[in-house]
Design a protein around this ligand. Sequence first.
Ligand SMILES: Cc1cc2nc3c(=O)[nH]c(=O)nc-3n(C[C@H](O)[C@H](O)[C@H](O)COP(=O)(O)O)c2cc1C
Length: 457
Amino acid sequence: MSTSKRQMRLGAFIMATGHHIAAWRHPEAQADAGLNIDHYRELAQTAERGKFDLVFVADSPAGWDRAKDPEALRRTAQGAHFEPLTLWAALSQVTKHIGFVATASTTYEDPYLLARRFASLDYISKGRAAWNVVTTGADVSKNFSIAGHPAHADRYERAEEFVDLVKGLWDSYEDDAFIRDKESGVYLDPDKVHLVDHKGKFFSVAGPLNVGRPVQGYPVIVQAGASEPGRELAARTAEMIFTANQTLEDAQEFYSDVKGRLARYGRRPDELLISPGIFPVLGGTEAEAQANYDYIQSLVHPSIAWNILARHYRGVDLSGYSLDDPAPPLPDNTELNKSRLKLVSDLVSRNNLTLRQFYLAVATARGHRTVVGTPEQIADAMQTWFENGAADAFNIMPPVLPTALTDFVDQVVPILRKRGLFRHEYEGTTLRENLGLQRPPNGFALQVQQQKAQAAV
Ligand SMILES: Cc1cc2nc3c(=O)[nH]c(=O)nc-3n(C[C@H](O)[C@H](O)[C@H](O)COP(=O)(O)O)c2cc1C
């Protein structure tokens, strides 16, 4: 093994029964996975056995809307699952090394409460927490006593303020603020407690937080929006970006664009890791992999197929179409998930897809890259992107759980290791250390130091 070679990072992107929309019907799937803690424990431990950097769950604070399509609701397993921070707090107690990425929304959460929960998770997991910062593409406003879903630009403006405020709250206590000297009776140094005293466009928050500075300084900041303001937010504030790309060219464009933005914020390219998703369909031979792919696609019920299409063709009447008609152009005016709409529009037009081919292309992983092949071919597909300016890391998106994660760990990870592309052992104890990211200094302590230095001049 070459120790100097650049190593890829791996995340297990967990969707309860698997990423494929019909995964729960597969004979190998755990049908009640979303609410089965034993299932998630097995997944986290399998990923840790494979020395993955992290496990990640996506989230949106809303269930499926029955009124929109009761038949699709009847047939989907994606509506009920655990709240991410609660889940990860439990699983941090049955693992030692793996990091935990929890999704939480800057549009629908409160910064003080969120800062407190993530700081707690960082302590509970001993430095393995990460926050996937999302602005929430879907309109879930009806659950939050507000008039409507804020526009895309407004959501990102709020996200910028939100992230800064949360970081400020995490700096409430300097790392050495707690003295806890029983002899003298001094517990805390008040000079090392700081008030964020924030008054901005969206929030008014005094501080301090009621949790000490997180073990990692800040939990690792992940971001998952790829529109223009999404990229900018990531370049300024994030340390890892989750992305969906179909082609090497698109992934390279995204990679160089986002890395190119960092210098403007005084950051180096290696301070933000880029992690595209990959949906691997494995087989012992190419033919077996293809048969596995065809089988899982055969499980998509027609009502789910039409529901997938209706969700992409908002406001378009598809009643006159059959599945074998060419897919019409997608409507291009969304205030929801702008980058994903562009990705699927490009997919349809680049490949001249029929409606059937289109729903099958997104039934797998909602627009993420699908690779069907032998373990060697999956490893090749990852290596090509890793070595050609398209990825620092990968979000592995198992089609069916728990088996597809086990198969990946047992069949693909050893190949990546043999090629010197992936670790044999964890390097550090915190997620930040394993990802090769620095522990950020306390912003307030830095200011105090700078003031002292100026006074001394
Ligand atoms: C891998 C990945 C995971 C995501 N996970 C979530 C999620 O859990 N919840 C959510 O609301 N949005 C999620 N998103 C969507 C984005 O965070 C973002 O809200 C959306 O892409 C709209 O912003 P954009 O137009 O800037 O891309 C995810 C995106 C990617 C690529």
